[in-house]
Write a protein that binds this ligand. Sequence first.
Ligand code: ADP
Ligand code: MG
Length: 322
Amino acid sequence: MSISEFEIIERYFRQVRPLRDDVVLGIGDDAALLQVPAGYQLAVTVDTLVAGRHFPQYIDAFDIGYKSLAVNLSDLAAMGAGPAWATLSLTLPEADEQWLKAFAEGFFQLATQYRLDLVGGDTTRGPLSITVQLGGLVETGKALRRDSASPGQKLFVTGTPGDAAYALKQLKAGGRVDPSLLRRFNRPEPRVDFGLALADTGAAAIDISDGLLADLGHIVCTSRCGAALWVDRLPRSRALQAMPFEDVLSCQLLGGDDYELCFALDADKAGRVRKIAERQQLLLTEIGVIEPQPGIRCQHDDGSLLFPQGHGFDHFLNENKD
Ligand code: ADP
Ligand code: MG
């Protein structure tokens, strides 16, 4: 039985009622109308997930729906912005209702958790691809920017980086995949509440989508400084503690998809931020220091340097990125 584009939108994507009262006009007109409150700036971000490139074709539709929103929430978290509105551009090979139902469930699970409204989108036919755009709100002047790091600041990371990359490595090898690592790959937890709490600390923040080295590289480049990264102090999940050290380190430095936050912060604010993380039961680890010389120096605790091979992921440099 076939279903029209209109029916897809009505059945799976139009919410019964909007959650937010700043949605003046949602799905159904040529554009949505949204009210930005006085004293706030609009933070806008967009990400595309392409089947076979960002996720293997066989991943659950629920997980695809969840992750397509999670990666955008993570970008807003890294800006210190609170999520408000989403648009969804869906390109589908066919109107598979079972797939659509599961996809929408995954998407709306997170949307409801963060009280954001889906206010529009586009639905077309073609190779499976999902683009989500998110609008968030941040008090004027309080956004966390990549370009504000300065020498002497402490460097922190949330959670346990490397888990998602290790799961992907196991998926590709075709053998057993550790379930806790696979969950980190399929259902990344965007650090929205923590990002919001960081918003008035002046931290220089980024979310780790392409690998810690690559993403920290963006902070130090735009801030015109460098960093020492203490590789032996990178926090490891229980699952990664059981894996070979070299493989783990490579996943932690070069692997993406964790969506943890990495940020540089003035030393005198560290205590306050540690308390926030504790209250949120979020692991927070000091992993280095911002230095004046450009570049990132990966240091072992005995002072020796490590020179990781390769790049974090770049879609045009690294052909093997999924
Ligand atoms: P138009 O031709 O004006 O672009 P569409 O027929 O593409 O309108 O979409 C009709 C309405 O449904 C619009 O308000 C649009 O934002 C919304 N919409 C379309 N696809 C989706 C989707 N996948 N999710 C949410 N809203 C959607
Ligand atoms: Mg359209």
